[in-house]
Design a protein around this ligand. Sequence first.
Ligand code: ZN
Length: 407
Amino acid sequence: MMVKIQVVNKRGVNRMLEIKEFMKNVEKDLIDFCQNLVRIKSFTGREEEVSRYMEKKMIELGYDEVIVDGLGSVIGRMGTGDKKLLFDSHIDTVAVDDEKDWSVDPFGGVIKDGKLFGRGSVDMKSAGAASVYAGYIAKELGLLEGKTIYVSTSVMEEDYDGEALLYEFENLGIKPDYAVICEATQCRLAIGQRGRALMKIDMEGVSAHGSAPEKGVNAVYKMVEIINRIEDLEKKYINMAGKIGEKPSIALTKIECETASYNAIPSKSTVYVDRRLIKGETYEIVENEMNEIVEGTGATWEIFKVIGKSWTGEEVVLNSFMPFWDISLEHGLTKAAFKAYEDGNERKPELMMWDFSTNGVATDKLNIPTIGFGPGDSKMAHVKDEHCPIDDIVKACEFYTNLIKNI
Ligand SMILES: [Zn+2]
């Protein structure tokens, strides 16, 4: 059900009160929308049904243009003005492999104690819904003069951070002046994120029969030295001063080997290394560190490329080096965000940095000034009984709308 309100006060006494008033009338529709999104399963690479639903909803809400791109992301546009602001939320989710541990149906769209429960409720369908409604409210209230608003609801973020959003920029000719990543911040203002790199280290050996190991070279034994070096570095970073998120981290996350059988000496071993990057940690720094880790062992390393397929059948390749990014408090976007928050809450927003990776790696790559703001607590992402407070969803929608007004 859509509610139309006569806007009496075009240049009005108080646009932010107008927004608050309007919000009250669409709140129920917004939350219904969130519930429906949670009810549609949309694991990474399998988002077709949710993409189609999103497309339908944007058309229904009067978006000026709605595009489903080659990877299956859905992008809605409002307005044609020179100032271009983009909101991005991913509509894929991680899988549920612990359904029996949940206290509610992870795909039921259940609301309990003022919270929406379910996979994707916090990561991050509620945020996507809030941004879609913000575009709609902005149009209804006549806030779009001189502005173009893009609402991107993108696919495949969970395994391919930034790639779907980069695809939009490269293939749809979208070049926003500003971006908002709508990942969970508990309605605080995110002014940056830790970077992420994933490396693959390969060690060659020589296969032989298990009964005569001296005739081969065991690629797993040769890897031990490297594993020890990674562990030493991991401890060093853990013991550094500073909070998690403000210091680097490194961890071995996977190990595999190639062997002809259970009674053969492995001819190759591989380990994967997850490295989180802080401000100033460039590719060169990581390169030097990795060269030291493999030095003298005969191993080789590379930035790991994750390759997958979107629901449309197109291949996606993630080059897993995504540096830290942040935005200055003096930037016009940050200032507009402060004002947008103050309009809704009559106080300044709390600031934070994401310690995980987001689609902000794509906007950073293209030097698009970016902030983050989203409903719910990121600690609830990927866990059982994932949930998002309803109040946060409404607050986020109000913030996005105020930001459109203030930008
Ligand atoms: Zn996630």
